[in-house]
Write a protein that binds this ligand. Structure first.
Ligand code: PMT
Length: 229
């Protein structure tokens, strides 16, 4: 059994992908299955944590032993994360959150125009949940963000990660290269974890559960260092 190094700790994890409704039958979404976030929740449970999982449209089975709060849109995810984050020791934002939502949701199914004209959708910005938590005083809560980027070049990938870390005010950032066949919906993953100074703290690849444990190893080390400072 893994070390009980998160025993008595409260860990909040968001997983899955948000859906932004256009009308009663359609939405704008993304390909996140929830596998990576669920693996983090399961790994934290294995290490003794009390886990709250904010679950957005999971495509795989929910993990056992977690307090699960189901949401669908970015606005619902925001409310659930902000609520659960109060007094949490660790918050890990693995969910793929829509940056934009349709400016209005049609009450009825949107009809095809009689002409052959295309359709233009107007979108408005969603709140940035990680930035909201990161820029507010968050005491001893370790705030872990992800950066999902399609950049192939590792140097540029890390630059994008560092920019996101600064913009969002996270304590740790998991840089995750994604693409048609990488990151989203796969069983394996490969990440680079960077610290507040932008330095590489760890690299991990393999099953999403092994990547989850590698992320938690860094979180535990970070929290231990902070407690000694
Ligand atoms: O679910 P799987 O199929 O297993 O796939 C896993 C994954 C690839 C989705 C996951 O490992 C991952 O990379 N999650 C982050 C996806 C994402 O939305 O990244 P981003 O670079 O767009 O966002 C950066 C960070 O800000 C993320 O922590 C995100 O949760 C957060 N965010 C983004 C937008 C927003 N409006 N609010 C946020 O809090």
């Amino acid at each position: 059994a893994p070390a009980q190094d998160l025993s008595g700790r409260r860990v909040v994890v968001s997983a899955g992908g948000t859906r932004e409704p256009l009308d009663p039958v359609r939405f704008l979404g993304n390909r996140s299955s929830g596998k990576q976030g669920i693996a983090i929740a399961s790994a934290a449970r294995q290490r003794g944590a009390d886990v709250t999982l904010i679950a957005a449209n999971l495509e795989v089975a929910e993990p056992d032993g977690c307090d699960i709060r189901r949401v669908s849109t970015a606005l619902e995810l925001r409310d659930a994360v902000v609520d659960a984050a109060h007094g949490a020791d660790v918050v890990i934002m693995a969910a793929a959150v829509a940056d934009y939502r349709p400016a209005s949701v049609s009450a009825g199914k949107i009809k095809k125009d009689r002409s052959d004209a295309g359709l233009t959708l107007e979108l408005v910005r969603n709140p940035d949940i990680l930035a909201e938590l990161g820029h507010a005083p968050h005491g001893s809560t370790v705030l872990v963000g992800f950066a999902a980027e399609t950049e192939a070049d590792e140097g540029r990938l890390l630059e994008l990660g560092r920019a996101k870390l600064d913009a969002k005010g996270a304590d740790l950032l998991v840089v995750n290269r994604v693409g048609w066949h990488e990151g989203f919906a796969t069983d394996e993953n490969a990440v680079v974890i960077i610290g507040t100074g932008g330095e590489i703290v760890a690299r991990a690849h393999g099953s999403k559960l092994s990547v989850a444990h590698a992320i938690l190893d860094v979180v535990v080390a970070d929290a231990t260092t902070a407690a000694k400072a």
